[in-house]
Design a protein around this ligand. Sequence first.
Ligand SMILES: Nc1ncnc2c1ncn2[C@@H]1O[C@H](COP(=O)(O)OP(=O)(O)OP(=O)(O)O)[C@@H](O)[C@H]1O
Ligand SMILES: CC(C)(CO)[C@@H](O)C(=O)[O-]
Ligand code: BAL
Length: 282
Amino acid sequence: MRTLREIPALRETLGEFRRHGRRIALVPTMGNLHQGHLALVETARRHADVVVATIFVNPLQFGAGEDLDAYPRTLADDQAKLEEAGCDLLFTPDTAMLYPRGLEEQTRVCVPAVSEGLCGGARPGHFDGVSTVVSILFNLAQPDVACFGEKDYQQLAVIRKLADDMHFPIDIIGVPTVRAEDGLALSSRNGYLTAEQRARAPALYRTLCQARAALESGDPADSALDDAHARLRESGFEPDYLELRADDLGPVTGKTRQAVLLAAAQLGPARLIDNLTLTLPH
Ligand SMILES: Nc1ncnc2c1ncn2[C@@H]1O[C@H](COP(=O)(O)OP(=O)(O)OP(=O)(O)O)[C@@H](O)[C@H]1O
Ligand SMILES: CC(C)(CO)[C@@H](O)C(=O)[O-]
Ligand code: BAL
């Protein structure tokens, strides 16, 4: 696997692959890689001839007081994992390279409606930062496909709409959430947890499973969500949101069948997110 740090080298290398008719897959990440990221690489390999991963901790998507500085940077480990997973190229730009005019002056991309509420409500401007950097990466790599995790359900919905609205000729592929044996969704931020908090953390997934079972058996949404809130609090979480939405993230109506339960909750120093799709009864 080659690691490229400069934009001209990336353009040149990928241009050469494209001229030879190779299909290119992009896997954007912020590094500190785990099996969830490697599942994206494996999916990418099935859809393309050349897999390009990117590692960039994007300052534009972090709010004031968030964990931009603390975010784990583990490049050597990440390179070894990507190599092992069969990734062909790694692009590791820095901030000055992607945003040469500085963050204030940077042109931004905003995907309305779907970016609002949920994580967008709790982290104002977050999805504008994501949409901006993903647009830049799409323009630089010009991939045929790009893979994103379903763990970040709203992010995936934002990127699907971004690709559609901006006419990026890129297939957006969602990859199912990879979990630890106890159900906790793998996430770089799990590393912030103490051993005691890590032992409590699977309560987020368990609570979503219980709420899903209640909803699928016809319990009213209000009581299922109230119970879930209470259970999260009992397990030491401070819930940020816990919502039932239609699977396109629109509001649930009497006609909604395919739905999604989404949660974000603070556990000690870590803000964890998770979601489960479900089918509502007639
Ligand atoms: N457990 C997982 N299963 C599948 N995909 C995942 C998982 N965790 C992260 N991803 C995906 O990997 C990509 C890069 O995510 P990112 O680097 O932010 O990792 P992360 O572990 O989610 O970190 P964070 O703790 O910052 O949310 C995103 O498309 C994200 O949805
Ligand atoms: C898509 C992404 C790499 C953009 O910075 C980031 O939001 C992430 O890691 O999910
Ligand atoms: N995994 C989404 C990136 C973020 O939390 O900033």
